[in-house]
Write a protein that binds this ligand. Structure first.
Ligand SMILES: [Cu+2]
Length: 433
C-alpha cells in the first residue's frame, strides 16, 4: 500500500507537469514496484539483440523546408545481455529511436503513432522544440492512436527526445529516447564518418544476471541503482561485428546522447583525445578534451581525427559502469604510426598458466584464497579472461569478447558470490566448500 501511494505521488507529479487528466496504469506485464522474488520467464527461442539505428545523413539543403517525421512506439522483446531478455518500449523498434535530422528553420510535422499492442499511452517531448512540454502534452497517445504536431526548429544543436508520459522515468527506462539533430544553416564541417550513440540505464526485475526474461522495475529506478548501463540498448551492442569502424587519417563525429533516466556520462575515448567537443551541441566547440560530461537528458557532438590503428573503447569514465555494459568499440585500420605511438620495451615474462600466475591479473578474493571448484566458479571465469591476457591477446579484444560472450554476466555473478563469501569470512562463518 505504501508503495502504491509512492507511485501515485510520482504519477501526480507527472500529471501536474503535463496538465493531464488521467494517469496511465503500469502494464500487467510490467513488474512495477517489484524487483526480486519471481523466477525469470524463459527466453523466447532465437531471441536477438535489438537492431541498431542508423545515423541520419546530413541535410545538405540551402533553405528551410517542411519535414515530416513519423515515429511509432512499440514493445520489442530482445536481449539486454547474453541470456538476459528484456521487454523494451521503443520508438520504431530500436534503442535509441531513429535520429531525427533537420536544418535550423525547418518546420517539422511529427506524427506519433502508438501501436495497438502497447500496454500504455506514450508521447514525445523533444528538447529541441520551443513550446510548452516540448510536445509532451500535445502527443499523449493511447494504444492504437495517432497524434500529430508541428514545431519550428529554431535553435541548432543536438537534442534528446523522450517519452513524457507518467511515470516518465519508468517509460524512459524501457528505452523510449532518441536524438534530434538540428543543423546550423551551413551544417557542420564535413567529416569522414558519423556515429550515433546513446547511453541508457536499465533496472531489471529479479536477479539481473539470471537467464530468462526480465521487466523494467520502478523501485531500483527510484533508488538510481541500475543493473545495466549500456550504449545503444544492450551490453555489447557496439562490439565485434557491430563495432564502429574507421581508417587511420579519418576524422569521425559522434552524436552522443544520454537518455538516462538517471545516469550522466563522463564520455571518454580510451587512447584518444577529442579534437573538438560541441558541449550540449552548442555552436562553439571546445578543443583538446579528454573526458566530457553529458548530463541525463542532454547530448553533445564529439570529433576526433584518428592517427594510430587499433581498437579504441568509448566509455563512461564512471568506470564501474564498464562492468554494467557501458562500452563501445571503435576499430581503426591502417598503417602503424610509430612517430606517434610505439612500444619500446616490455620485460614481462611469458606466463605459462597455473592458478597463481593469474592472481596479479585480477585480484579477486576467491583467487587469493584459492577456493576454486566447479566449471562456472570464479576461478574458471577469471581464468577464461586471463588466459587471453597472458597469451598476448590485445586487451581491447579481450574486452570485446567479454562483452559479446557471457563473461560479463558470469563475472558479475561470481563477484557478487565472492563478496558474499568474503562478508561471511569476515564474520567468522565457515568458508569451506
Ligand atoms: Cu511512454
Amino acid at each position: 500500500m505504501k508503495r502504491n501511494m509512492a507511485f501515485s505521488h510520482y504519477c501526480l507529479a507527472g500529471l501536474l507537469l503535463l496538465g493531464l487528466s488521467s494517469c496511465a496504469k503500469l502494464p500487467s506485464g510490467s513488474s512495477g514496484q517489484q524487483s526480486g522474488g519471481a523466477k525469470a520467464v524463459a527466453l523466447p527461442v532465437g531471441l536477438m539483440r535489438l537492431p541498431q539505428p542508423q545515423v541520419a545523413p546530413p541535410v545538405n539543403r540551402d533553405n528551410p523546408a517542411i519535414v515530416s517525421v513519423e515515429l511509432e512506439t512499440k514493445v520489442v522483446t530482445a536481449l539486454m545481455a547474453d541470456g538476459v531478455g528484456y521487454t523494451y518500449w521503443t520508438y520504431n523498434g530500436t534503442v535509441p529511436g531513429p535520429m531525427i535530422r533537420v536544418r535550423q528553420g525547418d518546420t517539422v510535422e511529427l506524427t506519433l503513432k502508438n501501436s495497438l499492442d502497447s500496454p500504455v499511452s506514450h508521447s514525445i517531448d523533444s528538447h529541441g522544440v520551443t513550446g510548452p512540454g516540448g510536445g509532451g502534452k500535445l502527443t499523449q497517445t493511447l494504444p492504437g492512436g495517432t497524434s500529430v504536431f508541428r514545431f519550428k526548429a529554431l535553435n541548432p544543436g543536438v537534442y534528446i527526445y523522450h517519452c513524457a508520459t507518467p511515470m516518465i522515468p519508468h517509460h524512459i527506462s524501457h528505452g523510449l529516447y532518441g536524438l534530434m539533430v538540428v543543423e546550423p544553416p551551413k551544417g557542420w564541417p564535413k567529416v569522414d564518418r558519423e556515429f550515433y550513440i546513446m547511453q541508457g540505464d536499465f533496472y531489471l526485475s529479479g536477479d539481473p544476471t539470471q537467464p530468462g526474461m526480465h521487466e523494467a522495475v520502478v523501485d531500483k529506478m527510484l533508488k538510481e541503482e541500475p543493473d545495466y548501463v549500456v550504449f545503444n540498448g544492450s551490453v555489447g551492442a557496439l562490439s565485434e561485428e557491430n563495432a564502429l569502424r574507421a581508417n587511420v587519417g579519418e576524422t569521425v563525429r559522434v552524436f552522443f546522447g544520454v537518455g538516462g533516466p538517471n545516469t550522466t556520462s563522463s564520455v571518454h575515448l580510451i587512447g584518444e583525445i577529442f579534437d573538438r567537443v560541441y558541449p550540449e551541441g552548442a555552436s562553439e566547440p571546445l578543443s583538446n578534451v579528454q573526458s566530457h560530461l553529458v548530463p541525463a537528458g542532454a547530448a553533445a557532438i564529439f570529433e576526433v581525427k584518428l592517427d594510430v590503428p587499433g581498437t579504441y573503447i568509448l566509455v563512461d569514465h564512471s568506470l564501474a559502469r564498464l562492468h554494467k555494459g557501458a562500452a563501445a568499440f571503435l576499430t581503426v585500420e591502417g598503417p602503424e604510426n610509430p612517430a606517434v605511438f610505439q612500444s619500446v620495451v616490455n620485460t614481462s615474462p611469458s606466463i605459462s598458466g597455473g592458478h597463481s600466475s593469474y592472481s596479479h591479473c585480477v585480484g579477486m578474493p576467491g583467487l587469493r584464497s584459492g577456493r576454486f571448484s566447479g566449471e562456472n566458479d570464479e576461478y574458471h571465469v577469471i581464468d577464461a579472461v586471463c588466459r587471453l591476457c597472458t597469451t598476448g591477446t590485445d586487451p581491447t579484444t579481450i574486452w570485446q569478447r567479454w562483452f559479446s560472450n557471457s563473461l560479463l554476466r558470469a563475472i558479475s555473478k561470481v563477484s557478487v558470490a565472492s563478496a558474499a563469501n568474503n562478508a561471511g569470512a569476515n564474520s567468522g562463518k565457515d568458508q569451506s566448500r
